[in-house]
Design a protein around this ligand. Structure first.
Ligand SMILES: [Zn+2]
Ligand SMILES: [Zn+2]
Length: 85
């Protein structure tokens, strides 16, 4: 999985935007905007943005299996569930 969301047309990183309780991903280049529905409340320890998406991270060679992680939709930082900053 990619670290960021890209515009299909210009391959520019989409900027998350909050509007009336909904989250949109906007392309600063062509103005394309799409609603992003798959978000959860989680404050990013890096940029402070409070919307993340859930990703499942496969642990390589360990016994832990799959770990649930939050990925900030603004900066792409991944954090483990229950991570304390
Ligand atoms: Zn675009
Ligand atoms: Zn962030």
């Amino acid at each position: 999985m990619k670290n960021f969301f890209f515009c299909n047309k210009c391959q520019v990183i989409l900027t998350p935007k909050e509007e009336g309780g909904n989250v949109y991903l906007e392309c600063k280049n062509c103005g394309d905007k799409r609603e992003f529905v798959d978000w959860v409340e989680h404050v990013c320890s890096k940029c402070g943005f409070n919307k993340s998406t859930i990703v499942f991270h496969e642990m390589t060679g360990g016994d832990e299996g799959t770990t649930t992680m939050y990925r900030c939709i603004r900066c792409g930082t991944k954090e483990r569930e229950g991570h304390l900053a």
